[in-house]
Design a protein around this ligand. Structure first.
Ligand code: IVH
Length: 677
């Protein structure tokens, strides 16, 4: 076969392409700050692939094209770790942390110790080996001494560098970190699994473990795994940092993702404050953490303290309260949602899980209840993960009462008696009553008034339920016909509250197209899709007359969403509600395309903002909306690319980081001034 010979230009170009792809990939995946558009990245990638196809002899293992594509393995090879991956001793309360601190001080004969507190990531420990800066092996922890070679899967994780960046690259290096699956990827994976009738994963950690232990790396590549690195193992011919703090900085410089929440704490009370703050943040983090790891910062002190057979003496893991508990199922009720979907819900004997009393757990759908065979009277294991609705993990069959019967979905809608239609191979049961069904009416109104939709504060569940039960409101447009008299006739509403509600309904009339679209509650059109539609179409009429083909030209919109949108606007009664809403006074300013495209009207174009602390005059979401309309962006973490850090009351570590990076810092009034300018 003819093999073309590469010229020097080809070789240089391949090198240059790899460098660019690595840089852009790092900015996109690790820093979360894309430098080029996706299609430009794809073009560079394709160019490199074409050249490598032409000159296969030039393919190297660290080429970005080599992340996916290795042939499936027959079995995992064993790997003997050069330095064991030890476990950690645990603490469950403040006393245990204080005793740990005391022991360290006694052993080192010091009165003050500086620690570094890091989130304890709930994933899987891995060991990554780099020879001459190139990733040569990735292995699981295994029993700490011997793990499994999962290099082919490790390579597919986009945030793990195939080649180290920066300087001080040692001849040989071991990096330790935790591979995890972000919460959204976990829910999506389970959702997709359910549609295919597969078993679901119990939690993101199990899903990450299952994904890493795949013989076929293509499966791992499709699982959206990520990593945070926290330590160095063996190092040859390289500078060893003097502290854990510097280890983290060095890891970052080599291109590894490092948790942005690690912090130096110089006594146990500072550690406790950190711990409480992290516990408060826990549910908002996009990944699971199960505690805090406290490590002596100084590596010489760590060395002097040494290890026991199992764990280092210089570190301890404070474990957050358990997120799982067992309780009894008192009843299984079926709820009807806004779009008519029937969801079985378990009413539970109240139980405290991680400090929160849980009374209900979602059972998702009929096949999920049947698969887990959950019955009334069963003792079950439940789990609360972050801010999501608690779930039943499994039934403890030993305690199943005699004569219990399997659960069956009702034949008719429990709210309106309409026929139930099964969709998606029977996994979804939907009430056919539409807006005739009071449960769907209630859901529609609750969604319409919600904060991210029309933001009508004060119209809570109790009031909306009464309005619907009394027939005062049948669809969202009826809200704009409510008067103080009508509202004050409801139970528990005086004239004062009625006046306030009418006032808020009045205020909600001035809105934006994206909020209005979201408020309509079109199936599969969440906040982001609504924003996208508003941006693309700019006018409601343009959207209403669009067809599926036109909608699918927007890359984020697939055939299902497109058909829901077109289907929604095709229905006479939906169009009627929209016209009535507009007739009732709801309006927004339709964007003039030419005005928006003129950069003079986007004074904050491409400016990146980060917030820390609480703002007093607006919420973060409001501030974000304002920045976005002026062309700017809001990121969660500060970096050298950040243009402004806006500081409210009680700022977090972002402020110090901003000072360190010399990013412009604005207080709230300066920020207001900038917006007004
Ligand atoms: S340090 C010798 N730091 O926790 C010290 N471990 O229970 C080794 N983990 O196997 C661990 N986040 O998988 C360390 N910031 C962190 C961590 C962390 C999660 C895991 C790691 C380890 C397990 C021990």
């Amino acid at each position: 076969m003819f093999m073309p010979t590469p010229c020097d230009w080809d070789k240089r170009h391949i090198k240059e392409l790899r460098h660019l792809i690595n840089e852009y990939g790092y900015a996109y995946y690790v820093l979360d700050q894309p430098l080029i558009a996706d299609f430009e990245y794809d073009q560079l990638f394709k160019e490199l692939e074409d050249l490598e196809r032409k000159y296969p002899a030039l393919i190297t293992p660290e080429s970005p094209t080599q992340r996916v594509g290795a042939a499936p393995l027959k079995a995992f090879a064993k790997v003997q770790h050069k330095i064991p991956l030890r476990s950690l001793n645990n603490a469950f309360d403040r006393n245990e942390l204080e005793r740990f601190d005391q022991r360290i001080k006694e052993q080192l004969e010091l009165s003050e110790i500086c620690y570094i507190a890091e989130p304890k990531l709930d994933g899987l420990a891995v060991n990554l080996c780099y020879q001459g800066g190139i990733l040569i092996q990735g292995a699981t922890r295994g029993d700490g001494q011997v793990g499994e070679d999962i290099t082919h899967n490790i390579r597919t994780i986009p945030t793990i560098p195939l080649q180290l960046r920066g300087e001080n690259v040692p001849k040989f290096l071991e990096v330790r970190g935790e591979v995890y699956m972000p919460k959204t990827a976990f829910y999506q994976l389970n959702q997709e699994g359910k549609l295919k009738g597969e078993r679901s994963f119990v939690n993101p950690r199990n899903a990450a473990a299952g994904s890493l232990r795949q013989l076929d790396s293509k499966i791992t590549a499709a699982r959206s795994l990520a990593i945070f690195c926290y330590g160095i193992g063996e190092i040859e011919q390289g500078k060893i940092p003097i502290s854990q703090y510097r280890v983290l900085i060095q890891l970052k410089e080599w291109g590894f993702p490092v948790s942005p929440y690690s912090q130096l704490v110089c006594d146990i009370s500072a550690c406790w404050t950190y711990l409480e703050k992290l516990l408060g943040l826990r549910s908002q983090l996009p990944y699971e953490i199960d505690g805090v790891v406290l490590k002596v910062d100084d590596l010489t002190q760590q060395n002097n303290l040494g290890f026991t057979a199992r764990a280092p003496r210089w570190a301890i893991a404070y474990k957050f309260p358990a997120q799982e508990a067992s309780t009894q199922v008192l009843a299984i009720e079926v709820q009807v949602g806004r779009t008519g979907i029937l969801t079985p819900v378990a009413r539970l004997d109240p139980v405290s899980v991680g400090g929160v009393v849980v009374r209900n757990a979602t059972l998702h759908n009929e096949s999920e209840v049947q698969r887990k065979d959950i019955r009334v009277g069963d003792k079950v294991l439940i789990r609360r993960a972050g801010d999501v609705i608690p779930e039943v993990i499994s039934v403890i069959l030993e305690y199943r009462p005699e004569n219990s019967t399997p659960f069956a979905m009702p034949q008719c809608c429990p709210a309106c008696n309409s026929e139930i239609i099964k969709e998606q191979q029977g996994t979804i049961a939907r009430c056919s009553g539409g807006l005739y069904c009071p449960a769907q009416q209630k859901g529609t109104i609750r969604h319409f008034v919600s904060r991210k939709a029309m933001n009508i504060l004060g119209l809570g569940e109790k009031i909306t339920n009464q309005l619907i039960e009394l027939g005062l409101v049948k669809n969202p447009s009826d809200l704009y016909q409510l008067t103080i008299e009508k509202l004050s006739a409801l139970e528990g509403i005086g004239e004062k509250l009625a006046t306030r509600i009418v006032d808020r309904i009045e205020k909600s009339k001035e809105t934006t197209l994206s909020r209005f679209l979201y408020a309509l509650g079109i199936r599969e059109v969440g906040e982001t899709t609504a924003q996208l539609l508003a941006k693309e179409f700019r006018s409601l009429t343009a959207l209403m007359i669009s067809d599926e083909e036109q909608l699918q030209k927007i890359p984020e919109i697939g055939p299902v969403v497109a058909s829901h949108i077109v289907g929604f606007f095709c229905q006479n009664h939906n169009r009627e509600v929209i016209y009535k809403l507009q007739g009732g006074g709801v309006f927004w300013v339709e964007v003039d395309i030419n005005k928006e495209r003129n950069p003079n009207h986007l004074p904050l174009l491409r400016q990146i903002f980060v917030f820390t602390g609480t703002l007093s005059t607006m919420t973060r979401n409001q501030a974000k909306e304002k920045i976005q309309t002026l062309g700017g962006r809001v990121n969660n973490h500060v970096s050298s690319k950040t243009n402004y850090v806006v500081v409210g009351t009680q700022p977090g570590s972002t402020l110090n980081k901003a000072k360190e990076l010399r990013v412009a810092i604005l207080d709230e009034s300066q920020f207001q001034g900038l917006l007004e300018q």
